[in-house]
Ligand binder design. Structure first.
Ligand SMILES: [Fe+2]
Length: 413
């Protein structure tokens, strides 16, 4: 049993008891404790790991799959203290049905907060609305942030370093604050703990048809979409969207969904596009090893605005942030015989620009859109129509976050 966390837990218990265990007081008590005795200053993580490995006297360990892994270092019937290890960068945008505070013990993270506006419940497990980011900041080692349960506190944490380690002082569960929605930007909230067994089996059956190349797949999905309710229809669409796009059947299937669900369907296409964008970028981030590039991809993945990205780059690196971004964009660009790209932004084919000049023009255009100045490409003059096409290429890619307008935050193309 770790003495530091035993003392920390006992002090939290005494302070909360003095407040008659009022739920509303718990986050501030947890936050104050983590700031008064910051684990980042007082805990030797290697020693703690060794202690857990060798000492059998430990707090009750849960079967939780959260964290990579979770380690409980203090337990009480009313609250517990956990250490969460994170080996991968991303966690979903979510709300909580517990409260308390978390502290960055090792590593650093991008912390973003959101609001879900114009929300409408479709079922007990799915809501539609407009997700908007209201704040993003860099959390360095030693930072502490309160956790409030319920729909008014939606956030995401993107861990930048491997491992990132957090300490969380939290209640077990706060009555009446569920479901613990996960948000799929820009328009959906789903309950990740709701398991619709029939839908899961149907998705698995469809996967069998997909993997065996069964030609009835698109017609069956089309028939399902014509009959299913919104929630089940959405999950069947999500499951099949990549395969249906490959088969050239996506537009017809989406149209059937729109015919069936009217205005509710408007929330779905941009959300599915954003899922693909985030998956692509997360996959790319997994294959990029440079620390600076991973940081840049994390910023783009996070759906931040241009001003936020510039500010976060400034916090982490000396020098003008636009120059850093231009260097990363250059390093992450490429060309083949038939295409020129920066990350997932492809140079528009219809521009009458020689292949050998495209990289330079594309980078110059990116700078132009970020700085809102004239394109300073030495070799090519661009018409306003060319610029519109280049802007559209960026607006349809992950680099759209670098365009000045905040409306590009989750915009599709
Ligand atoms: Fe969280």
């Amino acid at each position: 049993m770790n003495q530091f966390f035993l003392d920390l837990g006992r002090t939290v218990l005494a302070r909360w008891k003095a407040q008659n265990f009022a739920l509303a007081r718990f986050p501030e008590i947890a936050q104050a404790m983590l700031e008064e005795r910051p684990p980042a200053k007082h805990v030797d993580l290697s020693a703690l790991v060794k202690e857990v490995l060798l000492d059998d006297e430990q707090p009750f360990q849960t079967g939780s799959g959260f964290g990579q892994p979770e380690l409980v270092v203090y337990d009480d019937p009313r609250f517990y203290i956990q250490i969460l290890f994170w080996l991968e960068g991303t966690t979903d945008i979510h709300q909580h049905k517990f409260s308390g505070a978390f502290h960055v013990l090792e590593g650093s993270s991008i912390h973003s907060q959101f609001v879900f506006e114009n929300a409408e419940s479709v079922s007990a497990h799915l809501r539609v609305g407009d997700l908007r980011m209201k704040d993003t900041r860099l959390l360095e080692t030693g930072s502490t942030v309160p956790i409030i349960s319920g729909r008014d506190h939606i956030h995401s944490l993107f861990h930048l370093d491997t491992p990132s380690v957090s300490v969380v002082i939290r209640t077990h569960t706060d009555p009446g604050t569920g479901p613990q929605f996960t948000y799929l930007p820009p328009h959906l909230a789903v309950d990740p703990f709701h398991h619709d067994a029939l839908t899961n089996r149907r998705k698995q059956l469809l996967d069998v048809l997909e993997k065996t190349g069964d030609s009835t797949y698109p017609a069956l999905v089309l028939e399902m979409i014509g009959q299913l309710d919104f929630e089940r229809g959405f999950f069947i669409l999500q499951n099949g969207m990549i395969h249906l796009r490959t088969l050239g059947q996506w537009e017809e299937t989406l149209h059937a969904f729109q015919q069936k669900h009217g205005h509710l369907a408007d929330f779905v296409a941009p959300t599915l596009d954003e899922i693909i964008r985030r998956d692509t970028l997360a996959e790319l981030r997994g294959s990029v090893t440079g620390v600076e590039h991973r940081f840049f991809l994390a910023l783009l993945l996070n759906g931040s605005t241009r001003d936020t990205i510039l500010s976060l780059v400034s916090q982490r690196f000396a020098g003008p942030p636009i120059e850093m971004i231009m260097r990363w964009a250059d390093e992450l660009s490429g060309e083949s015989d038939s295409a020129t790209w920066i990350l997932d932004a492809e140079f528009p084919d219809e521009l009458a620009i020689p292949l050998e000049a495209r990289s330079e023009v594309f980078l110059a255009a990116l700078r132009y859109f970020m700085e809102e100045k004239a394109v300073a490409s030495a070799s090519v003059r661009l018409s306003s129509s060319d610029l519109d096409k280049l802007r559209a290429a960026f607006a349809c890619s992950s680099l759209k976050a670098l365009l000045p307008s905040a409306e590009h935050q989750f915009a599709g193309c």
